[in-house]
Ligand binder design. Structure first.
Ligand code: NAP
Length: 313
């Protein structure tokens, strides 16, 4: 007796362990492997019941239109900025995210970058490695304790960043759309938060409303002693304004994990010495990625056995 497995579409490559797990339970179609994806969708789109995608990839509405039977999307990540949630809601498509799994790692990176920038960790490594120490003493760096850290977006990640910053003796303030019950000071808008901050950390979604929310005015308010840390999404920052601000000393520096055109990084950014560049690795630990993979599988198994996903967006 042959068993018919649910048909699942994988849009972009996933980590191999997750791909293997999915293959054990579902009939997986990998869109990126088809020479003619349009032809595949035309012939078999109607039989696809669920999608697996990554936060940085999302799902285009034009693709969803070709999958009339699709009723579940499992996202490997927490960002839903590349999925039109009003369309999924209207079509009663359930969207799952890997909620509460990567929060600590992203917050760790935000604080790691704050420390790395302030304490010149990358420069000191270069200084020691190159043998320069044999002929001269190292320059001084700046303390983080006692400094002000502003968090744009006090959600799960923002709050985890706040707690870590507090433990480092930093003063914390934030912006969010709605008031939160926290001991931290709330600023009315991003410019006010930037003016408060020595370190302005972005932890808000890259939704359409937040596109380029960090512009020349916010950077001017952050000022010549301020540092921008972006662990959110590249589109939240107006990159041209950021590059100008970094080149002209409008702000002191930046540490970035995310970019508008990943994996391509603007060459102007790569040439600057007052930036730390990470290749979008905030959640890239063995432990977290394994839990994220399990979450995607569990959401789909739950959907196909009970009709409900377990960690909705
Ligand atoms: P979350 O719990 O939904 O929190 C998002 C917060 O942002 C909410 O508090 C929300 O306010 C606030 N917000 C939204 N728009 C805002 C605005 N215009 N001004 C001020 N605050 C605003 O999400 P999360 O789990 O913390 O994740 C945050 C984002 O981090 C994700 O959307 C994703 O893009 C990014 N991320 C990046 C990585 C990485 O690898 N670098 C990994 C994971 C996540 P309200 O509570 O009032 O709605």
């Amino acid at each position: 007796m042959s068993i018919t497995l649910p048909e699942v579409l994988i849009i972009q490559p996933l980590m191999p362990q997750l791909d293997e797990k999915l293959t054990q339970h579902f009939h997986c179609h990998r869109l990126y492997e088809y020479a003619d994806p349009a032809l595949f969708l035309q012939r078999q789109g109607k039989s696809i019941q669920a999608i697996v995608t990554r936060g940085d990839v999302g799902v285009e509405n034009t693709l969803l239109e070709q999958l009339p039977a699709c009723k579940a999307i499992a996202v490997f990540g927490v960002g839903t900025d590349r999925i039109d949630l009003s369309t999924t809601k209207a079509r009663q498509i359930q969207v799952s995210i890997t909620k509460n799994i990567l929060t600590d790692d992203v917050a760790d990176l935000a604080l790691g970058l704050t420390l790395a920038f302030s304490r010149k960790l990358l420069q000191y490594d270069q200084f020691a490695r190159s043998g320069q120490w044999e002929t001269q003493g190292p320059v001084l760096s700046s303390k983080v304790s006692g400094k002000k850290l502003g968090i744009a977006g006090l959600g799960a990640i923002g709050l985890a960043i706040a707690r870590r910053a507090e433990a480092f003796g930093m003063e914390v303030a934030y912006t969010a759309r709605s008031a939160k019950t926290t001991p931290y000071r709330r600023c009315d808008n991003l410019e006010q938060l930037a003016a408060f901050s020595d370190f302005l950390v972005l932890a808000l979604p890259g939704s359409a409303e937040n596109q380029h929310i960090v512009d020349r005015n916010v950077l001017k308010a952050l000022g010549a002693d301020g540092v921008l840390i972006n662990v959110a999404r590249g589109n939240v920052v107006n990159e041209a304004d950021l590059i100008t601000a970094l080149q002209q000393g409008v702000i002191k520096g930046a540490a970035l994990d995310v970019y508008p055109q990943e994996p391509v990084i603007n060459p102007a950014l790569r040439q600057l010495e007052n930036v730390i560049l990470m290749p979008h690795i905030a959640s890239a630990t063995f432990e977290t990625r394994e839990q994220m993979a399990n979450n995607v599988l569990e959401n789909l198994l739950s959907y196909f056995s009970t009709g409900k996903i377990i960690s909705p967006a």
